[in-house]
Write a protein that binds this ligand. Structure first.
Ligand SMILES: [Zn+2]
Length: 176
C-alpha cells in the first residue's frame, strides 16, 4: 500500500556527506517513525541531485539512518568502465560502515521515476542484508509517496553471515 508522509517538520541536517547529528549533537532527536520517514525521504531526494550518471541518466539517491539517529546519504556513481558503477544504496552503506556505524534502522531510496517506486537492485539487497534482515527500506516516488518494506521482504530466504557459522557436514581446515 502506498503511503504519503504527513506534514511534519523536517529535522535540520547541515551536512549530508558525513555523520550528521540531527539536533545539537543529539543522536536521539528523531523518536517517531513519522519524523524518521519524513527526514529520510527529504534526504534521499537531496542526495539524488549529486548522482553521477552520465551513461544511464538515471539518478538515484539514498538516505540511511543508523539506530543512533545518524544519517548517511549516497548517490549512484557511474564509471566509463560500466561495471564499476556503484548504486546509491551501497554508497550510503559504505560511508556509514567506513565511519564506524553498522546498526541500521532504515534506508530510503529516491529516483526520477514518475509512476514507480524505486526498488533496490539485487546486489544492494544483499549488501543491506549483511547488516540484518529486520530493518526498513522505503521505496519512494518523487511525489513523496512511498512503500515501506523490510530487508527480509525484499530478499527472502537470504544468505548472510550467520550461515557461515552453521553446522556443516565437512570441515575445511587448510586455510578456509
Ligand atoms: Zn543497487
Amino acid at each position: 500500500m502506498a503511503l504519503t508522509p504527513e506534514d511534519v517538520p523536517v529535522a535540520t541536517v547541515t551536512d549530508g556527506s558525513r555523520v550528521v547529528p540531527l539536533e545539537s549533537g543529539s543522536t536521539h532527536s528523531l523518536t517517531s517513525e513519522k519524523d524518521m520517514i519524513k527526514t529520510l525521504l527529504h534526504e534521499c531526494l537531496q542526495a539524488k541531485a549529486f548522482a553521477y550518471c552520465p551513461y544511464s541518466k538515471f539518478r538515484v539517491g539514498a538516505a540511511l539512518m543508523t539506530n543512533e539517529g545518524n544519517i548517511f546519504v549516497g548517490c549512484n556513481v557511474e564509471n566509463a568502465c560500466y561495471n564499476l558503477g556503484v548504486c546509491a544504496e551501497r554508497t550510503a552503506i559504505q560511508k556509514a560502515i567506513s565511519e564506524g556505524h553498522m546498526n541500521f534502522r532504515a534506508i530510503a531510496i529516491a529516483s526520477d521515476l514518475e509512476d514507480q517506486f524505486i526498488s533496490p537492485c539485487g546486489a544492494c539487497r544483499q549488501v543491506m542484508r549483511e547488516f540484518g534482515t529486520e530493518w526498513d527500506v522505503f521505496l519512494s516516488r518523487p511525489d513523496g509517496s512511498y512503500l515501506k518494506m523490510t530487508v527480509d521482504e525484499l530478499l527472502p530466504m537470504s544468505f548472510g553471515p550467520e550461515d557461515l557459522r552453521k553446522k556443516k557436514v565437512f570441515s575445511v581446515h587448510n586455510g578456509c
